[in-house]
Design a protein around this ligand. Structure first.
Ligand code: NAI
Ligand code: PYR
Ligand code: MG
Length: 436
């Protein structure tokens, strides 16, 4: 989140009279606050207390929203304003826990010495046994050099750690994988490749995260070629899978044959280039890309992709527009064409807010909160690990995208990431694609 955007929880007490909460919501909305989760903490005969999560553009807007609620009077009170985002990060979001209790001497001898030595010997004799007798097969290294943390840029791996911990939380809660952040203090391709090669034995797979372009391309290609376990750069392929799914659902809703859709990609870095390649591999014939960097354009052309010289030209030509530039507000409402589909995927701030794109005439619009690689990477890695796959292939990725489309309700672009059936469906589709 950049410094100009704030997310807070207001603890609000209202007299238990119907309509009071509506007054609070209206006051917050009129001040420019966007309400998220609402949790009822206490319902009494006299009053009700709720935690109301509110997102504002800046602190001044938040203060205005709080004051607007206070000004309602009639017994409505704001008890506190808490910063839940910072609070949830105190002490970090992850913790390695044991899966077995040590309560007796017998436990101690089984879990540790001398018993453990028998397992070591068994693995020494047959290294394949490590898959069954250690956590390696269920553990994924989340590797970053901190050079493209969300759209925040090169802020370094330590500042990027909260993102890596976030991925680890999602791995654990959605598909039961242990995700271990690995922070690299080098971006040199040879050093990154060598380092990951030297540590890979402790992991069942490698997820590369927020490694900037263009060095991310060579790092991934070399690691894929040189390691016997699955390697995937999530910003490239996880994002491409979810975007393909959203494009397919959008085409279904608009009754357009995906192969005939005219799709434009703004930003041809890690995410953008992979999105173009994935759409082209799926059979979409008219995929156009644009970027401010000539080398990025050349890279797309090297994959037989078509490029356009400017953002205006792309906005004018394309029915479906996808943006992954990291530049907040890059797409102006006046550039949006009637009926266009706009996927502005940059985090933490999109190139255009969905509501602004819709007001400007877009038929569908979504941002990176909804169209997010969280819909893909947990199930992709679960499926790959369960199948004992040695790599993640295009057919596994396309199977994942099709599973996401299948899970999408009519009229929506993608399912919700909190729906557990999505991750189950993706992992099964990926596992089946390995065994096909
Ligand atoms: N919603 C999602 O699941 C995901 C969203 N993203 C978001 O996409 C953004 C980019 O991420 P990456 O591809 O990893 O970064 P990157 O740094 O590899 O790529 C960004 C590309 O955008 C281009 N660019 C920047 N400003 C531009 C402009 N004004 N006009 C045209 N091109 C411009 C750059 O030259 C570069 O090629 C980030 O904000 C990130 O949060 C990335 C991955 C997943
Ligand atoms: C979601 C994600 O991976 C990104 O914004 O970089
Ligand atoms: Mg990322």
């Amino acid at each position: 989140m950049n410094k100009t955007q704030v997310l807070r929880t207001l603890i609000v007490e209202t007299p238990s009279v119907p309509g009071n909460f509506a007054k609070v919501a209206t006051a917050i909305g009129n001040a420019g606050g966007d309400i998220g989760d609402i949790k009822t903490i206490k319902i009494g005969t006299l009053s009700t207390v709720r935690d109301i999560s509110v997102q504002c553009e800046n602190l001044a807007c938040l203060e205005e929203a709080v004051q607007a609620v206070r000004d309602l009077g009639g017994g409505i009170q704001v008890h506190a304003v808490s910063d839940d985002v910072m609070k949830v990060h105190e002490g970090g979001k992850i913790h390695m826990k044991s899966r077995t209790d040590v309560r007796s001497v017998g436990d101690l001898r089984r879990v540790y010495t001398p018993g453990v030595a028998d397992v070591c010997t068994a693995i020494q004799e047959d290294p394949e046994k490590a898959r069954y007798f250690t956590s390696i097969g269920n553990t994924v290294a989340i590797v970053t050099d901190g050079t493209a943390i969300l759209g925040l840029g090169n802020i370094g791996p330590v500042a990027g750690m909260p993102v890596m911990e976030g991925k680890s939380v999602l791995f654990d809660q959605f598909v039961g994988i242990s995700g271990v952040p690995v922070l690299l203090d080098t971006s040199d391709v040879d050093q990154v490749v060598e380092t990951v090669k030297h540590i890979h034995q402790g992991y069942g797979a490698i997820l590369l995260e927020d490694i900037g372009s263009p060095h991310c391309f060579e790092i991934e290609e070399r690691l894929k070629a040189e390691l016997p376990i699955p390697v995937m750069h999530d910003d490239q392929h996880g994002t491409a899978v979810v975007t393909l799914a959203a494009v397919l659902s959008a085409c279904k809703a608009a009754k357009v044959d995906p192969e005939k859709a005219i799709v434009g990609q703004i930003g041809l870095g890690a995410a953008g280039l992979a999105i173009c390649r994935m759409l082209m591999a799926y059979g979409v014939k008219d995929v156009y890309g644009t970027d401010r960097d000539e080398e990025a354009l050349e890279r797309l052309r090297s994959y037989e992709g078509k490029t356009l010289g400017s953002l205006d030209e792309l906005m004018e030509k394309c029915d479906i527009v996808i943006a992954t530039t990291g530049v907040s507000g890059l797409i102006k409402p006046e550039m949006v064409k009637e009926g266009q589909i706009i996927l502005a995927l940059s985090n933490p701030h999109p190139e255009i807010k969905p509501e602004d794109a819709l007001n400007a005439g877009a038929a569908y619009a979504a941002d990176g909160r909804l169209i997010n690689n969280v819909l893909g990477f947990p199930g992709i890695f679960r499926g790959a690990l369960d199948a004992g796959a040695k790599e993640i292939t295009y057919s596994m990725l396309i199977a994942a995208a099709e599973a996401i489309v299948y899970q999408t309700k009519e009229g929506e672009l993608v399912p919700h990431a909190l729906d557990p059936s999505v991750h189950r469906a993706v992992s099964q589709a990926v596992e089946n694609a390995v065994s096909r």
